[in-house]
Design a protein around this ligand. Structure first.
Ligand code: WT7
Length: 664
């Protein structure tokens, strides 16, 4: 490093507030600081602007109907279609421009550019094909697909015919697929034969078929031939209720499907996410509110303009991909990128090569990825011209200031604002983050709530805490993108998100408070630092995993008597899964048995939930009332000093476990 570099590093280390550059501010979609006050004064009418970003078939009567909290309704009696908004209305001006730039795994094959006209054609054909298969309005269609163009095509085809989709992340297990299809009574599945991971073909249909065996009702499956295009094949024969995507599309070549008029409050999709209990929650998002929210935040926070080439490296199987690869960007008529592969194949400069080749203007990724880039070293981004980038974003977990500054400097060349966006599957889109053309940035802190949002940091009584003190993040007013309920389970919806801080007997919306189960603190300027989950949910590489789900997979293994799963700190993943296991009498505590436990977790959930360590222990630390003291198990996993153990029924066990994990 030159002297200049050393000096710069030192300055960055210390700097706590960063201003967006004049060049950015001048061109930003939102640059008027008055927006905060204006939205507060005009709430909830302030959200008309978000709805105005969309084309409505019937305009709405009321912005917000809050007569029956927490079952809020937005843009009541308005009707629209999401596929029209994401495709048809852009055809005149942007028909020949790229809607989706798909970058495949670097196998022997061309990448795919889908213009808005191409996308229109394919979505219509797919919509006609699905309808012919029997898919009707409000039938839930499950998608179990990796990052291939057919995934957004299928999602938008469903939206066109008013069939909600439920996308299951391709890395999830067969069991996870079955659970979700059963829970949603989903009779249709769109999947594919396989895909590539670091150059090697992977058999996906085998896993899908295994999942289908666990589905309790009849199903029809459509199978995309991904590998066949490259001549790879696992030799699957399709069953009678399985149909080849390519054949269906050919049968419906040139078909046009009239988009179904959907009520603003009609379901657009379901997305399952992990909760405290073993059962995943089916988060319901609607057509009008969700689409307005993702379009507005894409414009205000990601600063997306139609002529941009916007790159989000998330997987569409998670909410980030739904909101900020598919719906938000396409609603704005921009070019959105999709990358099938991993950032380290064929080499660790893969993302930077893509940014350079396509001239990406924004990059939205996760702190876990940034920490990996940092570990690999700046020589990888340095090999490429990244000057097309105008804005950087992160999402999924807290970002440590060091990683933030590395991203700002080595990827953004100190010219791109970084938006650290806090939100959740349930919120539909971004909630707490800086408006990049208005606010200064503070590394490590997501920023103030977006205009029009009322976020408070409170103590267990619901009273606001002093700046600097840790508390719980709450949202005190509804917003258009919010989940409407948990699928067919209004009671659990109230229980999970509202009961903690609301007067649930009241019909006054002021008595209802949304609790996302995150800890946070706020500073004197109203900037919020999110500290992490306060429930038994782990955040591994930005992915949300329920400890109960993992535990129930482990206790399902023959020979396991009891298990407790906690998160331990991990330099790249943020958190890693630690499993403490008590074996039954006669069961050997062997490495083979450890492997069996790890495999059971992968089978039940997927490789992302793979335990970093399986620790055999004769007992678990428990309180006198029999509750497992997870905090102590976390401290052990983190190699920390152990806190007070005097309230335990079996304090001596803690030292024994500590010695096994930490050594002496
Ligand atoms: C949980 C939501 C949001 C889409 C991807 C994850 C954590 C998310 C941040 C952030 C600190 C964050 C929270 C949240 N989280 N973004 N910028 N800073 N924590 O969606 O799977 O629904 O998980 O991710 O703990 O509750 P999700």
């Amino acid at each position: 490093m030159s002297d200049e570099d050393v000096e710069l590093e030192a300055r960055l280390e210390e700097q706590e507030v960063f201003e967006p550059s004049d060049a950015f501010v001048e061109q930003a979609n939102v640059s008027d600081a008055g927006i905060y006050e204006e939205f507060e004064e005009e709430w909830p009418e302030c959200w008309e602007g978000a709805a105005d970003l969309l084309d409505w078939e019937e305009s709405y009567d009321q912005v917000l109907d809050d007569s029956n909290p927490p079952f809020y309704e937005w843009f009541t009696d308005g009707t629209l279609n999401a596929s029209t908004n994401c495709i048809d209305r852009h055809l005149d001006e942007r028909g020949d421009e790229a809607a989706i730039e798909w970058v495949g795994e670097p196998v022997d094959e061309d990448n795919v550019t889908l213009t808005y006209s191409d996308l229109h054609e394919k979505v219509n054909e797919a919509a006609a094909a699905l309808r012919d298969l029997g898919v009707g309005e409000d039938d839930v269609v499950t998608m179990y697909m990796p990052m291939i163009p057919e995934l957004p095509i299928a999602m938008l085809a469903c939206a066109r015919i008013g069939a909600p989709h439920s996308v299951v992340f391709a890395g999830f297990s067969a069991d996870a697929l079955a659970t979700r299809m059963n829970s949603a009574d989903s009779e249709y599945l769109v999947t594919c034969d396989g895909y590539y991971r670091r150059g090697d073909p992977l058999d996906h249909l085998d896993k899908a078929n295994e999942g289908l065996e666990g589905v309790e009702h009849d199903t029809d499956t459509v199978v995309v031939d991904r590998l066949g295009r490259n001549g790879d094949d696992f030799g699957h024969d399709l069953a009678d209720d399985q149909h080849d995507w390519g054949e269906l599309m050919a049968d419906h070549e040139g078909a046009e499907v009239e988009p179904v008029d959907r009520d603003a409050e009609d379901m657009l999709f379901l997305m399952y996410t992990s909760g405290t209990t073993g059962k995943p929650k089916g988060v319901k998002h609607t057509t009008g509110g969700y689409l307005s929210w993702t379009a507005w935040t894409s414009q205000a926070v990601l600063d997306i303009k139609p002529e941009d080439t916007y790159f989000c490296s998330a997987d569409i199987g998670w909410i980030t991909g739904h909101s900020y690869i598919v719906y938000g960007p396409l609603a704005l008529g921009t070019t959105t990128m999709m990358y099938e592969g991993t950032p380290d194949h064929p080499d660790r400069d893969r993302l930077w090569e893509i940014v350079e080749d396509y001239g990406a203007t924004q990059l939205y990724t996760a702190p876990t990825a940034i920490r990996a880039f940092m570990k690999w070293g700046e020589e990888y981004p340095d090999q490429h011209d990244l000057s097309s980038l105008r804005l950087l974003g992160t999402v999924g977990e807290p970002i440590n200031p060091r990683a933030w500054k590395w991203y700002y400097k080595h990827i953004g060349n100190e010219e791109c604002p970084v938006v650290d966006t806090w939100w959740q599957t349930e919120t539909g889109g971004m909630m707490v983050t800086t408006l990049p053309g208005v606010k200064d940035m503070k590394p490590g802190s997501a920023g103030p709530p977006l205009p029009g949002l009322d976020v408070q940091i409170v103590d267990t009584n619901g009273d606001e805490v002093e700046p600097g003190r840790a508390g719980y993040l709450t949202v005190n007013k509804p917003w258009p993108g919010m989940l409407r309920t948990l699928y067919k389970n209004d009671e659990r919806f109230i229980e999970e998100y509202w009961a903690e801080y609301s007067d649930t007997d009241s019909s006054d919306p002021d008595d209802w408070v949304y609790f996302p189960e995150d800890g946070a603190k706020i500073d004197e300027d109203g900037y919020i630092t999110v500290l992490g989950r306060v429930d038994d949910v782990l955040n591994v590489s930005g992915h949300r995993l329920g400890t109960m789900e993992i535990e129930s997979a482990i206790v399902g293994v023959e020979g396991v008597a009891e298990a407790a799963v906690v998160g331990g700190d991990h330099p790249v993943k943020g958190e890693a899964v630690y499993a403490y296991v008590i074996v039954e009498d006669g069961q050997e505590e062997s490495d083979e048995f450890r492997a069996e436990i790890v495999e059971a977790v992968e089978d039940a959930i997927g490789p992302i939930a793979r335990p970093e360590q399986v620790i055999f222990t004769p007992e678990l630390p428990k309180t006198r009332s029999g509750k497992i003291m997870r905090r102590l198990l976390e401290d052990i996993a983190n190699g920390e000093e152990l806190g007070n153990t005097s309230t335990l029924r079996n304090p001596e066990i803690v030292e024994d476990i500590r010695q096994v994990v930490q050594g002496d």
